[in-house]
Design a binder for this molecule. Structure first.
Ligand SMILES: C[S@@+](CC[C@H](N)C(=O)[O-])C[C@H]1O[C@@H](n2cnc3c(N)ncnc32)[C@H](O)[C@@H]1O
Length: 254
């Protein structure tokens, strides 16, 4: 598995170095990242799925302290008026993509929308919805079969930090649970805040090569590490300092 220091924009831009048929973003919000993907990759068919409805945000154990804390963080993420902010976000997405005939906007729950697509359909699936454990696991179970052979499944916010611990209380553990039950091949993880983690149902494919070669060609450092690292990932565990890559220390000690 590879570590990159590129951010998600640099990573995704590499996929534009060739044609791409189908891509879906699960959790779109204002569509800013979707717009970037649309312009850099221009998939033949680009699907954007979000319910843009704060009243449908669900949490298992809604009143448990970890979820009360999380809901407060969410309200501030949505400018302390989540209903209005999400409604405006939907309008913004509709306006941005109104003239792009390759784009289809689907206002629905992420898991419910999956039934609209056959298995083995998407080249790229970008997951960025409800980040609690149960929902990430649900979305992985629901959407992984929709990935083409050799396609790329991307989990956003695959990282831990003192800030992220409040917002993301499920992405890493959900993937760990999922990967013990399904054949998954970790491909690449970005060593940035709000990391993106790419995995696939195949270890090698033209699309995986395009991602790796694209980053090498733009001068990015890539570091091969054991996949075991994924369970204890922290975005600052590997650093570049003074031109040298500093590796993480496992086990006891500093
Ligand atoms: C972090 S934002 C997405 C940001 C966007 N991907 C970007 O990078 O610009 C999360 C979005 O997921 C949506 N969402 C959360 N849970 C969902 C669900 N179960 N079904 C549909 N949308 C959901 C929210 O409405 C919100 O717009």
């Amino acid at each position: 598995m590879l570590i990159t220091f590129a951010d998600r924009y640099e990573m995704i831009a590499t996929l534009g170095n060739g044609p791409l048929d189908t891509m879906v973003e699960l959790g779109v919000y204002k569509g800013e990242f979707a717009d970037f993907c649309s312009q850099k990759i221009t998939p033949n068919r680009h699907y954007l799925i979000d319910f843009w409805d704060y009243d449908r945000y669900e949490f298992v154990l809604k009143d448990a302290p970890q979820n009360l804390e999380r809901q407060a963080i969410f309200e501030s993420y949505f400018d302390n008026e989540p209903r209005e902010t999400l409604s405006r976000a939907q309008l913004q997405v509709e306006a941005t993509f109104s003239n792009r005939s390759n784009t289809k906007i689907i206002k629905a729950d992420i898991a419910a929308a999956a039934v609209e697509f056959p298995d083995n359909f998407f080249d790229v699936i970008y997951l960025d919805g409800n980040h609690t454990y149960e929902f990430v696991l649900r979305d992985l179970y629901t959407w992984y079969p929709k990935l083409k052979s050799g396609g790329l499944f991307v989990c956003n916010d695959y990282f831990e930090s003192s800030f992220a611990a409040k917002q993301n209380i499920g992405v890493i553990p959900a993937f760990q649970t999922f990967s013990q039950r399904f054949e998954v091949h970790p491909i690449m993880l970005s060593m940035t805040e709000w990391s993106d983690f790419y995995f696939s149902n195949q270890p090698h494919s033209p699309l995986i090569s395009r991602l790796i070669e694209g980053l090498i060609n733009t001068g990015q450092n890539l570091l091969e590490i054991p996949s075991d690292f994924l369970g204890s990932y922290h975005h600052s565990a590997v650093k570049i300092t003074g031109g040298q890559i500093l590796l993480p220390v496992f086990g006891k000690g500093k």
